[in-house]
Ligand binder design. Structure first.
Ligand code: FAD
Length: 385
């Protein structure tokens, strides 16, 4: 038995799954092989209101109360079908929209939120650099203040949405000596001269989701691009990650669910030694453990979304949900591949794709080690929020 959702949540959950089955699944295997991204689908998702979960109606959002639960259920359902197509929930919605809604001024909200929500402007959030990953405050991209604005110089890498970004949140140092207190956040129009995007074509998985590098070469942005105050970027970034982590965890839950469904179907069909695989005690042990790992991560993720909808500060619970969902998705995908035997090693069945795609959840939005570090810091009493 599952939770009984409100009519509104249940219809959104179902709409997301049906949409993914109808619009993503038919060409998915071919698109995966060709590493094909379809921007027109983002627009279609926008038309259905999928990126409007967290914003008020005045900017084109849905004005929902249970906004994080809605976003979570939808991302989970998409990732059940295609982890690649769960990504737009973060780049169009959870990342940039949370930053603008919580820290942006009215002009920024009015200018950028409608395009992100409608899916007409590709979104992103750019933190990571070639020499700065987990250690966010060591970033080298600079935003140098001039009379009428800032000049951006530097390189971002592994940015989801690139090279299709129209609008994004870019983090850069305005005062390098001040370390994390010298970081600022900007909402950037990517048609600005001096900004170029280049795709990364060497990925292990998520082949239908674009990821790439951004180069800033003397890119002049106006003063009005600054989000919040100068030096507030680190705080903005950590607040944003608290939401994008939830979405990554939600997608991991979707992957685990599909791996269990696929493994059970196969274990009932495939026979060895004169009986279906599912009759073997060791296969039952695997499926039993996969089921509990999945259920436990789902509960952590839903609690996390519910807490956010209550307006609670839940950094600890977000890290727990993100860590556990990432690890259990990888566990379930790996066990599913084992249950499929050699067919699990083949792209003829979806479980090898789920295994490759699930690795991303242990890396993005703060690695599993970083989540464990945060959880331990709370347990040890080193941090309170
Ligand atoms: C598919 C994909 C999409 C992505 N999308 C985005 C995006 O949209 N925007 C963006 O900004 N970034 C994005 N990233 C980048 C991602 O956020 C970083 O890769 C991640 O933060 C880790 O940084 P890193 O790869 O530099 O690893 P590093 O920080 O170099 O870490 C390497 C290893 O060391 C471990 N480690 C590091 N520090 C510690 C520590 N203090 N204690 C213990 N272990 C530690 C890590 O856990 C990891 O195992 C994406 C990455 C991928 C793979």
């Amino acid at each position: 038995m599952d939770f009984k959702w409100s009519e509104e949540l249940e219809s959104m959950r179902k709409m997301a799954y049906d949409f993914a089955v109808k619009n993503v699944k038919p060409t998915m295997e071919e698109d995966e092989k060709e590493h094909k991204y379809r921007p027109e689908l983002v627009k279609k998702m926008g038309d259905q209101g999928m990126f409007g979960c967290i914003a008020p109606e005045q900017y084109g959002g849905l004005g929902l109360e249970e906004r994080n639960l809605a976003a979570t259920l939808m991302a989970t359902e998409f990732a059940r079908v295609s982890p690649s197509w769960g990504l737009p929930f973060n780049v169009q919605m959870n990342g940039p929209q949370n930053v603008l809604l919580k820290f942006g001024n009215e002009e920024q909200k009015e200018k950028y939120l409608p395009g992100l929500i409608a899916g007409t402007s590709g979104g992103c959030f750019a933190i990571t650099e070639p020499n700065s990953g987990s250690d966010v405050a060591s970033m080298r991209t600079t935003a140098t203040e001039t009379g009428d604005g800032y000049v951006l110089n530097g390189t971002k890498t592994w940015i989801s949405g690139v090279p299709f970004v129209g609008t994004g949140i870019v983090y850069a140092m305005t005062d390098k000596a001040a370390k994390h207190k010298g970081m600022s956040a900007f909402v950037v129009d990517f048609s600005t001269p001096g900004i170029t995007q280049r795709p990364i074509t060497t990925k292990l998985g998520l082949h239908c989701s674009p990821t790439g590098e951004i180069f800033f070469e003397e890119a002049k942005i106006p003063k009005s691009a600054l989000v919040g105050k100068p030096g507030q970027g680190f705080q903005i970034c950590m607040t944003m990650l608290n939401f994008t982590r939830l979405s990554s965890a939600a997608r991991a839950v979707g992957v685990a669910q599909s791996c269990i469904e696929e493994a059970c179907k196969y274990a009932n069909e495939r026979e060895q030694f004169g009986q279906p695989l599912g009759q073997f005690q060791m296969i039952q042990e695997q499926i039993g453990r996969m089921s509990v790992e999945h259920e436990a991560s789902k509960l952590l993720v839903l609690r996390c979304a519910w807490q956010k909808d209550q307006g609670l500060n839940n950094t600890l619970e977000t890290s727990m949900a993100k860590y556990y969902a990432a690890e259990s998705a990888n566990f379930c995908a790996s066990e599913a591949v084992k249950i499929f035997g050699s067919y699990g090693f083949s792209s003829e069945y979806p479980v090898e794709r789920f295994l490759r795609d699930a690795k991303s959840y242990q890396i993005v939005e703060g690695t599993s080690n970083i989540q464990k570090m945060i959880i331990a810091q709370f347990a040890l009493g080193y941090r309170k929020s």
